[in-house]
Ligand binder design. Sequence first.
Ligand code: LLP
Length: 431
Amino acid sequence: MKLFGTMKLRETGCLEIGGCCVEDVTREYGTPLYVYDTKLIRDKCSEFKTNFVSDYFDTDVIYASKAFLTKAMCNLLAEQDMSIDVVSGGELYTAISSGFPAERIYMHGNNKTREELEMAIEYNVGTIIVDNEDEVEELNEICEAMKRNAKVLLRVNPGIDAHTHEYIQTANHDSKFGVSIYCDNTKELIRKIVESENLNLKGYHIHIGSQILLESSYYASIKVIVDFINKIKEEFGYEAEELNLGGGFGVYYSEEDTPFPLGDFLKTLTNKIHIEMVQKGLSINKVMIEPGRSIVANSGTTLYKVGNMKDTYGGKKYIFVDGGMTDNPRKALYDSKYEACIANRLFDNNEDVYTIAGKCCESGDILIKDINITVPKKGDVLAVFGTGAYNYSMASNYNRILKPGVVFLEDGKAIEVVKRESYRDLLRNDI
Ligand code: LLP
């Protein structure tokens, strides 16, 4: 079990995060509960901001808000001088409602609705990443009607194999995202945007996938995209001023994952961009990256209460917890591995192998398969680590289970930033 950020083992046997004993936190806010080590989020933001810099071009670190977004998270990001990427009206609305500066918002999406595009223009979103020809036409029309201009990047697919789970690869030739650099139509689309009166094409966006553990995938993508920038420049004179390299930087979930050291990687990345640009006689004004998971995954822990236990005829020992695939669908979706502990009896060495399952009516409702863990008692607090990214944001109400609350832990204080859902919330939209 790996400890992250401010995590400590208290002498009392309780896990401490952000100076708070997690058992006390569950007494106050109940379970299941998402808790975040906000100091670790801040540290991650500054690790990105201090290392992703260059003497030759401006840089921007854009948090991919799909990983975890609440108003409180937007406020924290604004304090850290981060930008935000949103992919839906809902994410945009959350950011704007928190007072996040619109010019630092990047709007993504492969199928933005007309309403979402209008909303982005209305709110004065800084950059819209256009995904396809239909969208370019629609956005142009909207800008015309609203008498506004939009700064855009074109999402292109560089066709890079990013060695990650098939469901989170985004740059293979059949990906639904962006337009391929290998399609002849792409050139025509770029020409169309450049010639459009209302759209100001600043450059390109690529994103090669998520939970990428190989630095070489990024270096390969730089070569490919710089070649593309050069090719377009040679063919009809359009030279990109901005380049957004997307996110996807892998994190530690279990011993199977060996993420590359971020600081060194980011320095090498900016150097390689500069070198590739110089070799092609190109220059670039601004380069962006969009980390999501690597900012929040390890800052988040989910706290559950141990409920019933069961030994099966087949020999499996189950621990059932009061949440499950509704608050963490990642095992079911991607066969993700997690580490966990009995957080209120850390020094009890009486261990056994258990499978931790949730309370949903679904056999695939497993959180962790075959983990060596302290023999639990009913009522113990079970902490699952590394649940800060794509857990709260992908939570569901399957079986009409309530979504947990979110509590930020820092300097011995627990601050509730999202209330646990109530049964009344479940009926909010029922007519
Ligand atoms: N930029 C773009 C355009 C993206 O599509 C994504 C993630 C990111 C940035 C951030 O990637 P990150 O740094 O977080 O890896 N639900 C999946 C992950 C889906 C990622 C979608 N796009 C999971 O739970 O693993």
